[in-house]
Design a protein around this ligand. Structure first.
Ligand code: PXP
Length: 240
């Protein structure tokens, strides 16, 4: 049986730790448990302000896991330098705004083309696969193609919000069109942001999406079920 790949974002384990500046819960332990539960990659967003995941965490996680490590990051020069040293399997470039609660939208590749190009070229030189987190818009996908990356991650943030059913259906169609277009352009197509055990049921029907990156809902469910069962529960929804 085929299933869509699942990347687990473990940032919220670190959010809990940083709420009290304790040494627990340890995100690296969470990464290992998620790996054992059968996910396909581990995702963390190392923010410039290190408000959840810390620099030490990413080095430890990279050492401990055997599955691919996907580092979400901004295009800030200092973070690109860190990624050059860390050498994750993949870097996903996202916009970063200090005041946001979480990533608020895709990176605008058209507006920031030159800056993104500089970061992409530096990462590619270190043989790090680059993914660009973008809104489901054709011109963004075209710009990603011009930038020469292999992966795009479509932002599902709008779709995942508590919006009227009709609006959500339209957003799902917009994501489907974007996924189809990206697939035609020969991208590996990922998607993520705000996905949970309910909305995944609709979006998993889009066959062009090859991977979902999910964090918050799974870490929340793990409070009640434990992390491994929460990961396995999401995996069960990804079977085709
Ligand atoms: N993908 C990207 C690019 C993100 O920025 C995030 C949030 O860090 C996620 C996926 C996971 O989002 P969530 O925690 O809402 O599942």
């Amino acid at each position: 049986m085929r299933r869509t790949k699942l990347g687990i974002n473990i940032d919220h384990v670190a959010t809990l730790r940083q709420a009290r500046f304790t040494t627990y819960p340890d995100p690296a332990t969470a990464a290992v448990i998620a790996e054992k539960a059968g996910c396909d990659s581990i995702v963390t967003h190392l923010r410039k302000d290190q408000r959840h995941i810390q620099k030490e965490d990413v080095f430890l996680i990279k050492d401990l896991i055997k599955i691919p490590f996907n580092l979400e990051m901004s295009i800030a020069a200092s973070i690109v330098s860190l990624a050059e040293t860390l050498k994750p399997d993949q870097a996903t470039l996202v916009p970063e705004n200090r005041k946001e609660l979480t990533t608020e939208g895709g990176i605008d590749l058209v507006k920031n083309y030159k800056k993104v190009e500089k970061a992409v070229n530096r990462l590619k030189k270190k043989k790090i696969k680059v993914s660009l987190f973008i809104d489901p818009i054709k011109k963004q996908i075209k710009a990603a193609k011009d930038l020469g990356v292999e992966i795009v991650e479509i932002n599902t943030g709008q779709f995942s919000q508590k919006i009227p059913k009709e609006k959500q259906k339209k957003e799902l169609e917009r994501i489907k069109r974007a996924a189809l277009f990206a697939k035609e352009k020969k991208f590996f197509v990922a998607a993520g942001h705000g996905l949970d055990y309910e909305n995944i049921k609709k979006i998993v029907e889009i066959n062009e999406i090859q991977e979902f990156n999910i964090g918050h809902s799974i870490i929340c469910e793990s409070i009640f079920l434990g992390l491994a069962p929460a990961v396995k529960k999401m995996l069960s929804f990804l079977k085709k």
